[in-house]
Design a protein around this ligand. Structure first.
Ligand code: ADP
Ligand code: MG
Length: 320
């Protein structure tokens, strides 16, 4: 079987089946691994890569944006568990034709978001690459014991919520890939794609709130990411597509071009908002700004997308 048949998640399952996870540790399958520590704390660990040609176009992204995004997508995985970022490690493979200005700008972007979340860079690895840039960041975070929010805790009747508007990043990517005109509106969407803002404060607040069950960050689009929560929790869901929050910018650009806003909001990835499930009672008392988009149901229901005739699957490497 080739990888396009196996798919990204089939391959991860294959890897998972070969390696046992020690007791008291959460391993493959969540946004981070969870490792117990002393003094009532747990460590969170995650790693994410950005490969030129797959995740970014060198001729379009600025080195500052690439540096920011490399750290941001990793910090988001700590936010996804409700954790506090602690430190990152940066592995770089760079072609030798890059100049020192490029590297300086990359590090400035990486450094600004690291400072913002008080998350120092503590190590890494550096090597040359024949022609393409590859960036791999490992991040460590922490939570009080048993406070990390996992994907497998959704319960029937929970409300499904998101912390912000969806689809802007994917619309920004389409503008980049289709080489469209970059007016002010387009630039706002592109900025969402290149400078994502991980929901660290919101994640920590949610993790310490009563009644929050499952949580994850939205990196592949809710069409794909919701399936991870449902699969891990053995549940189904009903989503009211009319309640999915979208920005004024994406509505306007979709109207102009005859695009379906749901294709971006549901299938499009890289918004890095949080998606969580919460009991209806607890939802009323949450401090964190959020939108209710649906409800958890029985596993046999699958996902029902109310208000739309389409089915949504999100992003899957090797298959898309
Ligand atoms: P995220 O989008 O939150 O970064 P992924 O979809 O990339 O998560 O990965 C899903 C899960 O599979 C995570 O727990 C991740 O650690 C694990 N995983 C992904 N690739 C590998 C791999 N090559 N080896 C081991 N675990 C992996
Ligand atoms: Mg994630």
């Amino acid at each position: 079987m080739d990888l396009s048949q196996l798919g990204e998640f089939g391959l991860i399952e294959e890897i998972k089946s070969r390696f046992a996870t020690p007791e008291e540790v959460t391993g493959i399958g969540d946004d981070c691994a969870i490792l117990p520590q002393h003094l009532g704390r747990e460590s969170l660990v995650s790693t994410d890569m950005l490969i030129e040609g797959t995740h970014f176009l060198m001729e379009d992204i600025t080195p500052y944006q690439l540096g920011w995004k490399s750290a941001a997508v990793n910090i988001s995985d700590i936010a996804a568990m409700g954790g506090r970022p602690v430190a990152t490690f940066l592995a770089l493979a760079l072609p030798s034709f890059l100049n020192s200005d490029w590297v300086e700008e990359f590090l400035r972007g990486y450094g600004e978001i690291s400072d913002k979340y008080n998350c120092p860079l503590l190590g890494g690895d550096t090597t040359s690459s024949p022609d393409r840039i590859s960036i791999c960041v490992t991040i460590i975070g922490e939570t009080p014991k048993d406070k990390a929010r996992k994907r497998d805790k959704a319960e029937e009747g929970d409300l499904i919520c998101v912390t912000g508007t969806l689809g802007d990043s994917a619309a920004g990517l389409k503008i980049i890939l289709d080489n469209m005109e970059r007016d002010e509106l387009a630039q706002k969407l592109i900025k969402k794609h290149y400078l994502p803002q991980p929901r660290v404060i919101e994640g920590m607040d949610l993790a310490s709130s009563h009644g929050i069950h499952a949580m994850m960050d939205i990196s592949d689009g809710i069409g794909s990411d919701l399936r991870h929560i449902l699969k891990a929790s053995c549940k189904g869901a009903v989503i009211d597509t009319t309640r999915i929050p979208v920005s004024a910018e994406i509505k306007t650009i979709c109207q102009r071009n005859g695009w379906d806003v749901l294709d971006f909001a549901v299938n499009g990835g890289e918004d890095y908002e949080l998606m969580f499930t919460v009991t209806p009672d607890a939802e009323k008392n949450l401090n964190v700004k959020h939108w209710v988009i649906g409800q958890i149901s029985k596993e046999t229901d699958g996902i029902i997308w109310m208000g739309s005739e389409k089915q949504f699957n999100g992003y899957n490497h090797f298959s898309n």
